[in-house]
Write a protein that binds this ligand. Structure first.
Ligand SMILES: [Zn+2]
Length: 418
């Protein structure tokens, strides 16, 4: 650094920036590995450059006030208890819950996550932050009228590939575990290939497997978010494989889909669409944007609600505004939510199949009449379920097939090197 001290400030920054760019380029995935969801965010070089100008007056440095409560979530914590610990009343808690309807983040807090509260001079709750991991935070901020706005912060970070492979020695589970795959990753792989391979009967000692994972990092720290991009299993008799395409779905090498296509709506019959998805909807009184993140169907109380695709139930909860609701995470990175239900037909952690009954519709929570509110999220963002690009074909169409095949070629090359 001493060498740089004679250079004008601008030149120092350019030099640092180019060094960082070279560094970043080395970490970059190969161009073939890009997909819409995988483009790492451009590095904000200004923020990465250490401040070389050491004459900043002390008063210019903004210091965030200390939170009134900084709490690591423990088993058994409830929202009421946390607000009580922060000395914030229940009326304010309901205002926060009202804002939470837009993101439904409060029920997803797990032991180890952090919650922070800040107040203003009048003692009102000014800000509340939920810290899930380095890639995901949710911030509630008070408006002058005492209602709250919410911001769902998802940081894309950098995704890096990891290749795990080995020989079968004992069960697939034990062999994959020994090679370094987690139990959840093994379950994902077994589920992907379950229609192609009988894991319990068809594998023999000496058969080989290779899995291409993609892991998320923020500032060098793993966020725990991970994705299976490709699987290959070679048995004495045949090769079985699955690769993920940019639509999130998995296909074999010929471009044949491995899972049944999604159904458009989670209902067995069509019902009138009583309110459409609308990201710009305005609150009738405050005039503030209160997005409608789903589509509402005019279902009478007790109407069967079914899973539109295979997946795992990640949440079964009761919310002051969303009512009884269910969240399903599907294998193709899609997450779906069902609000204002009357009865649950699944448990948290349960694996469900396309068309399986998950709940009965209702009128619970803040609801103006019986209906089903259905949300469809891709990569953590709500999109219109009626317009979502749902792959309904069993085989990739010709114009997509060549793109898919080039992805497969480059991934297979990586997997062979690993
Ligand atoms: Zn709705």
């Amino acid at each position: 650094m001493a060498r740089l001290s004679n250079l004008p400030n601008f030149h120092k920054k350019v030099l640092m920036a180019s060094t960082l760019l070279v560094g970043a380029a080395l970490l970059w995935p190969t161009p073939q590995e890009f997909s819409v969801q995988r483009i790492p965010v451009a590095l904000d070089l200004e923020t990465l450059i250490p401040d070389l100008n050491d004459s900043v007056p002390q008063a210019d440095i903004y210091e965030e006030p200390a939170p009134i409560l900084n709490h690591v979530i423990q088993e058994g914590d409830t929202l009421s208890k946390l607000f009580e610990m922060a000395g914030i009343d229940q009326k304010t808690m309901y205002k926060v819950l009202e804002a939470d309807l837009e993101v439904l983040a409060l029920d997803t807090l797990l032991p180890g996550n952090t919650i922070q509260f800040w107040d203003d001079e009048a003692g009102n709750l000014a800000k509340m932050e939920l810290y899930f991991n380095p890639a995901h935070q949710v911030v509630f901020t008070r408006f002058d009228d005492g209602t709250f706005g919410v911001e769902d912060i998802n940081i894309e970070g950098i995704w890096q590939n990891r290749i795990i492979g080995g020989e079968i020695n004992g069960s697939f589970y034990l062999s994959a575990k020994a090679a370094g795959l987690s139990a959840a990753e093994i379950a994902k792989v077994e589920n992907l290939l379950k229609t192609k391979l009988n894991f319990a009967r068809e594998l023999r000692a000496g058969d080989t497997f290779s899995v291409l994972m993609n892991d998320q990092f923020i500032e060098g720290v793993s966020t725990g978010n991970t994705n299976v991009e490709g699987v290959e299993i070679h048995t004495g008799r045949r090769n079985i494989s699955a690769f993920q395409f940019s639509d999130g779905n998995y296909y074999d090498e010929k471009g044949q889909s491995l899972a049944p296509a999604f159904q458009r709506i989670p209902l067995n019959k069509n019902y009138r669409l009583s309110s459409r998805f609308n990201p710009k909807r305005k609150h009738p009184i405050t005039g503030r944007v209160r997005p409608h993140n789903g589509a509402d169907f005019a279902t009478p109380v007790g109407t069967p609600v079914v899973a539109p695709g295979d997946g795992v139930v990640t949440l079964v909860a009761n919310h002051a505004f969303a009512g009884k609701y269910v969240v399903i995470e599907h294998d193709n990175k899609v997450k779906t939510r069902y609000l204002h239900l009357s009865r649950f037909k699944v448990r948290k952690g349960q694996r469900v199949k396309r068309g399986q009954l998950i709940a009965l519709s209702g009128n619970t929570g803040a609801s103006t009449g019986p209906h089903l509110h259905y949300e469809f999220h891709v990569n953590g963002r709500p999109i219109d379920p009626m317009k979502a690009n749902i792959t309904e074909a069993k085989t990739l169409p010709k114009q997509k097939l060549s793109e898919f095949q080039s992805i497969v070629r480059s991934r297979k090359m990586m997997m062979e090197l690993g």
